[in-house]
Design a protein around this ligand. Structure first.
Ligand code: ADP
Ligand code: MG
Length: 451
């Protein structure tokens, strides 16, 4: 890794003082100070909701601050729009992409960068070659993977020769090899004097890439550290404000009973851009946790549907649950045989937003004596919901609170709790900590490991 260049001692490229932004329900940025040196890779580290995206949107002119100053090369500036930001030399790659699917790479870029398509294609090829960002200017964006789309966005920024490049959680969509490539590109840019603001909540990334880290919590700067010297524990403590609960690593249990066996599972895609499952096999023993890794969009969703019973599979023996063929059983029949699952989408799939937590318990736990002769046993249902709230530390007004009144983390704890309290023999969890703060994630991991 290269040190920020000697010019770093001089005037910072970007200096923020007292940046404040209040939304009706929250102070998203509360008096933020930040200095980014020339050629520095500067991390903004913080949990979900810490205010990272708000801060960089202010810098890029997408959001206007209520108070505070911004200096660019030591001169006070106000950035009223992304166009003004680009004229100063600020480029940004957003957390959510902003490309038109039906246009080609070159056409997309031509919307932001002047020049004929032909001339632009040549420049795209040169920049992509120079920085190790392979993109084909002629391909339509809809045919590109997420990693390729991100490269297009980065190339588009680089064509404008920015002096500050902002990337908001760029690796959340990338497989590990692509992360390495991206880091090489960023290190190279920094070596050429480009400053980089790198937003992430992933400690290891920041430790391997960044020269400085500004840590945000609840909209405030709670620390500025050299991430290469600070330990991951110190950074995590700054980020969440307390120690991380220790993640016990489970001994694989001695029991070797086969609970879930998938053999040669093949399932056609069920939608035009869906993924086909080809000859998938796996065995899950009692007491074992099997991880399904892979970049989203490579069949995880389809596999979950086939395992949960949302999609039936042929032959029935392709999915065996506790020794019995289960491929033709629907979700309810699989549940009564000991399967429980937490789907990826919390609202809609996992829970019905407007109804109460108690009623949501009925959705998957009804077979636990909650319905008798067609009547809902209200007291049993409420007792179950209350126990779940208590045991899984769910912050909710009570069993009568609606699912949609809970924050994402608390709803997820409730949904995981609802499944775990049923003492399943096989539990499927899809992205259980997706979008959750580190504290809530660690809690859920711990409860899964304890099962
Ligand atoms: N447009 C908006 N309207 C209302 N609240 C917002 C808006 N944008 C962000 N917030 C709130 O501001 C806080 C910080 O959000 P954000 O900057 O997106 O955090 P981060 O990027 O660190 O996850 C959150 O509580 C979020 O809900
Ligand atoms: Mg964000």
């Amino acid at each position: 890794m290269t040190e920020p260049s000697a010019q770093a001692q001089a005037v910072p490229c970007l200096a923020l003082r007292g940046i404040t932004k209040t939304y009706p329900s929250v102070v998203a940025n509360d008096g933020i100070d930040l200095d980014v040196a020339v050629g520095e890779i500067h991390a903004i580290l913080g949990e979900n909701g810490a205010g990272k995206s708000t801060l960089v949107k202010i810098i890029y002119g997408v959001v206007r601050a209520d108070a505070g100053q911004m200096r660019w090369d030591g001169r006070p500036v106000t950035v009223g729009s992304p166009g003004e930001a680009r004229r100063l030399g600020i480029g940004m790659v957003f957390q959510h992409f902003s490309l038109f699917e039906t246009l080609t790479v070159a056409e997309n870029i031509s919307l932001a960068v002047p020049g004929s398509l032909r001339e632009l294609s040549g420049r795209i090829a040169r920049v992509s070659e120079r920085y190790g960002l392979p993109v084909d200017p002629r391909r339509p964006v809809h045919a590109l993977s997420v990693g390729e789309r991100q490269r297009v966005e980065i190339v588009r920024c680089l064509l404008q020769e920015p002096r500050l490049l902002i990337l908001d959680e760029p690796t959340s969509v990338l497989p590990p090899q692509a992360v390495e490539k991206l880091f090489e590109t960023l290190a190279r840019l920094a070596g050429e004097g480009v400053s980089i603001l790198y937003i992430s909540h992933k400690l290891q990334e920041i430790q391997s890439l960044c020269h400085t880290a500004t840590v945000l919590r609840g909209g405030r700067v709670v620390g500025v550290a050299d991430p290469r010297r600070a330990s991951a524990e110190e950074l995590a403590r700054l980020m969440i404000g307390r120690d991380l609960p220790a993640a016990a690593h489970p001994e694989a249990a001695a029991e070797r009973e086969e609970r879930l066996v998938v053999s040669g599972l093949t399932l056609p895609a069920d939608e035009p851009f869906g993924t086909m499952l080809r000859d998938v096999s796996l065995v899950l023993h009692g007491g074992e946790i099997v991880g399904i890794a892979g970049v989203s969009g490579n069949g995880q969703k389809e596999l979950m549907a086939a395992l949960s019973g949302e999609r039936l599979v042929e032959p029935a023996e392709a999915v065996r649950l506790c020794g019995a063929a289960a491929g033709r059983l629907g979700p309810r029949a699989r549940r009564t045989r000991g399967l429980a699952f937490v789907p990826e989408e919390r609202l809609g799939r996992g829970a019905v937003p407007p109804v109460t937590l108690a009623e949501n318990a009925l959705l998957t736990a009804a077979h636990l004596d909650m319905v008798r002769s067609g009547f809902v046993q209200t007291d049993k249902t409420r007792a179950f919901a209350e126990r779940c709230i208590r045991e899984f530390d769910v912050k909710a007004a009570g069993a009568d609170a609606s699912a949609q009144s809970l924050s994402g983390g608390n709803l997820q704890k409730y949904l995981v709790g609802r499944e775990l309290l049923q003492r399943p023999t096989v539990l499927l969890v899809s992205q259980p900590t997706w979008g959750l703060a580190v504290g809530a994630s660690a809690f859920i991991r711990k409860r899964l490991v304890e099962l």
